[in-house]
Every structure is written in C-alpha cells, then in structure tokens.
Design a binder for this molecule. Structure first.
Ligand code: AMP
Length: 448
C-alpha cells in the first residue's frame, strides 16, 4: 500500500512526498482510511511507529473536504499529556498546514495566559494543547467547542494517569454533538481506566491494535543489571558511558533532584549532559529540548516527563537509572529509541528499591528476564524473594486492630515516599490503597 492509495488531497500528498515517506507504516495503513470514514477510533501500536501522521492526515483531509460546522469554533482539538509532546505534534501539524488556509495554535500550561486569550480570539482551526490549560480557557469562555469536528487524544492513557479525566470530560461535554469524531491513540491502551473513559467519549469505536504493548519491540535491545545501591548504579552508568557507542542518550531517574545531581556529575566529568525536569519554567524546558534535539548535548537526564511520544531521532540509548513506577512507562521510555525502523539499546538498573517495579515490568512484558553482569562490577543483590503469606496476614491483622496505628503508618509512608522517590513529574501509583501518596505527589498538574 502507498500513501497515494488513500485518496488524500494533493497538498497533503506533496508534503508526504517532501518528507520522503512513500510507504505508510502499519498503523497508518489501518488508521488513516478508518479515520477518513468518520468513525471513532481507539488505536494502539508500538512507540515510534508513525502515530502522529496517522491522525494528522485524516484530520486535515476532513477539514479540506467538509464544510465547517461553525465559522468561529476550532474544528480540531489535539490533546497530549505533556507540553513537549504537544510542541512536537504542533511542529508536524504546521508542516502540513503551511500553505493552506488553516491556522493551528499551541495552548500550553506554563505560558502566558493573556497571550493565549488573544490567540484564541483569532479563531484558529486547530488547537494543540495540554488538557488543563485548555479546560481553563474553555471555562472562561475564551472559545467554544460547539463546532468541533475532531477530538484527538494522543497518549490518552497518560492523560488519565496524570489526573486529567475531569478536564477531558469537560472538553468532551462542550463538544457533545453527533457529528464529532474522536480518535484515541497510544502505545499502551489496555488499562481499565482507558476502556471506561472510551465508553464515555467514543461512539462505537473501531479498535485498531498493531501488535500489543506486551509484544517485543524488535528494534530495541533490552538489558537489565542488578545493582546493590546508588554508588553501584553510578559505577555501572560510568562504565556504559565509557563503553557504549552511543549517539545520544536519555537517562531516566525516579526523582527530579536526581536529574540535576546526575547531570551535574556527568558534566563535571566532561560529558555533555543536561537535565530536564518539571521544576523548570517553560522557557527553560523549551530551551533544553530544542538544544538536545539539535544535538547540542549528548545526554539528557530526565524523569517520566519525557517518557512519552518525543521523537528524537538520534537517541540510540535509553538508560533506566531507576525503574519507572508506572509499569507501562517502561515501554514508553525505551521507545524514545528504535524509532521508525532504526535500532536502539536500552539498559535498566534494578536495585532493591526498583525490585517491585521490575517485577511488574517483567509481568507486563510477559517474559522472564535474565540479568546481565559487568565482570568488574558484580554486586551482591540478587533480587527479593516474595514475602511469605503468614507475614502478610499478620500485617493485615495489625492494621485492622488499630486505626491510630494506621494513620501513623500512612504518614510514615508519605514521608518515606517523599524521600525515596519524589517522583516529581507524575502522580505515582494508581491503586486505591495509596491514594494518600497520590495526593501529596500530584505535582504534574503543572502541565495544566
Ligand atoms: P511518531 O510515532 O508519529 O512519533 O513517528 C515516529 C517517526 O516516524 C517520526 O520521525 C516520523 O517522522 C516517522 N514516520 C512517520 N511516518 C512514516 C512513514 N510512513 N515512513 C517513514 N517514517 C515515518
């Protein structure tokens, strides 16, 4: 199948040709014609498989061929969980809107609100946005969605993880008419919350799944190393920085403070490294991402803020300095490499604090993982054996008998969590039993 088989407008075809794309990827082959029929879609395929074009092309085609429902309202809204991903989608979209009558704007948290109000007054056709800020403008009547034709949710599961379901519902309700089409995309769409949400948002959606998040990404090698403690991780990192032949590397840590610390240490050793975390203001974040994508630094140290969607073609290596707390982020993190058919390497460090996350990743990937070793850096840690059932029962009994004890425990858990993880860019776990932890660490609404 070729792009020319889709019957796309010639302005879109000439840009596709200009970009040098001849054959649509698997997800594009399925999603583009399906979306062009006007039906709702839930589409998943592996990281780096061309999902962005799979929604941009049918969206533009629809605008080119259909009369608008309203003269003023935006016709397409594209929502993403992070500002960096929104910028990237916006950049791709602009390639296709250039030379057409369609105006696209970017509405992000952390940027000047009044400037955005003025931008919205110009009645753009496309809004690419993070959900919190867009919902704020909607609440204040800076635009209306009665004429919305297409709502696109990129990395929908992550937006739900970040606690944006209220804003997504608000946006959905403001555009609740039968002509609206909704497309939901991600590499990982199989968690229960997404399905529940899809029922609220989508009408008889067609499901497209190219492989599954559990199937192995053939282009990305995965290596795992057991580590005793922080110093051991540090020593292994230095070893790999010295021995791996990398073009650019992303190192993921659990905490914001670790991004700064690691990046400073690497820079002090003469390596070209920079830290990106949600603590920085938007201008600084933009500058760092622009610099890294232009190859000004070789190493980006970050949290899960950068795990989703970012298409950085020269990233050959991903290092999980700490394992992710949200299991599916593993797939997204390593998916920053091995994009569009190129090869990538991932290296993950598993220390005692990472053990539970590692076991969850192992279960998610549905494979038994064997650890590799660096001969001169062997450690003692061999994993943690599951606790015996008797111990668990005892703990439960104690919990029930004293509510006072329980409160103290929760506070202790909060504190310990702060110290141990400070996961910074995300609310950490989605299980009901740890709601207290989510409350204290729900800092990623800075994306709003
Ligand atoms: P995405 O998954 O949308 O972030 O895309 C991953 C990479 O694949 C990007 O660098 C795209 O430019 C590239 N890409 C998208 N569609 C195609 C295609 N049909 N052929 C080759 N590369 C593509």
């Amino acid at each position: 199948m070729q792009f020319s088989d889709f019957g796309l407008d010639k302005r879109l075809m000439s840009m596709v040709e200009h970009l040098g794309f001849s054959t649509p990827t698997d997800i594009q082959q399925q999603a583009i014609p399906a979306a062009m029929t006007g039906q709702d879609l839930i589409a998943s395929s592996k990281t780096g498989s061309g999902k962005t074009l799979a929604f941009i092309l049918p969206a533009l085609q629809r605008l080119m061929k259909n009369r608008p429902l309203s003269k003023r309202d935006p016709r397409v809204v594209i929502l993403t969980p992070t500002r960096e991903l929104a910028k990237q989608v916006f950049t791709q979209l602009r390639l296709f809107t250039a030379g057409t009558q369609f105006k696209a704007v970017l509405i992000l948290g952390g940027e000047n609100f009044n400037d955005q109000v003025k931008t919205l007054e110009k009645d753009p056709h496309f809004l690419v946005a993070t959900p919190g800020r867009l919902a704020d403008h909607l609440s204040q009547g800076h635009f209306y969605l009665n004429g919305l034709e297409l709502l696109i949710l990129d990395e929908a599961d992550r937006m739900l993880d970040l606690g944006f379901s209220k804003q997504l519902s608000q946006i959905n309700n403001a555009a609740d008419h039968r002509k609206r089409q909704t497309l939901l995309f991600s590499a990982t769409l199989d968690h229960a919350q997404v399905n529940e949400f899809a029922q609220e948002l989508l009408k008889k959606p067609k499901r497209i799944a190219i492989g599954s998040a559990h199937t192995e990404h053939k282009d990305i090698t995965k290596r795992f190393y057991l580590c005793d403690h922080l110093d051991h991780k540090q020593a292994l990192l230095e070893h790999f920085l010295a021995t791996e032949d990398y073009q650019q590397m992303i190192i993921f840590t659990a905490t914001r403070s670790d991004t700064e610390r690691l990046s400073a240490e690497l820079s002090a050793k003469g390596l070209s490294a920079v830290a990106l975390s949600g603590d920085l203001n938007q201008g600084q974040r933009n500058q760092i991402m622009d610099g890294f994508s232009k190859g000004q630094q070789k190493i980006l140290v970050t949290t899960d803020l950068a795990s989703r969607g970012l298409d950085l073609v020269n990233v050959s290596h991903v290092i999980n300095f700490d394992m992710p707390k949200h299991t599916e982020e593993f797939v997204h993190r390593i998916g920053r490499t091995g994009r569009a058919g190129s090869k990538g390497e991932s290296i993950s460090f598993v220390g005692p604090k990472d053990w539970l996350s590692f076991k969850n990743v192992e279960a998610f990937l549905q494979q038994s993982i064997t650890f590799e070793q660096v001969a001169k850096l062997k450690g003692k840690f061999k994993g943690i054996k599951p606790k015996k059932a008797a111990q668990t029962t005892k703990a439960k009994t104690t919990d029930k008998t004293s509510s006072k004890k329980k409160v103290v425990k929760t506070n202790k858990a909060k504190k310990a969590f702060h110290i141990a993880h400070d996961v910074g860019d995300m609310p950490v776990l989605r299980k009901k039993s740890v709601i207290a932890i989510e409350d204290i660490d729900n800092t990623d609404n800075e994306e709003s």
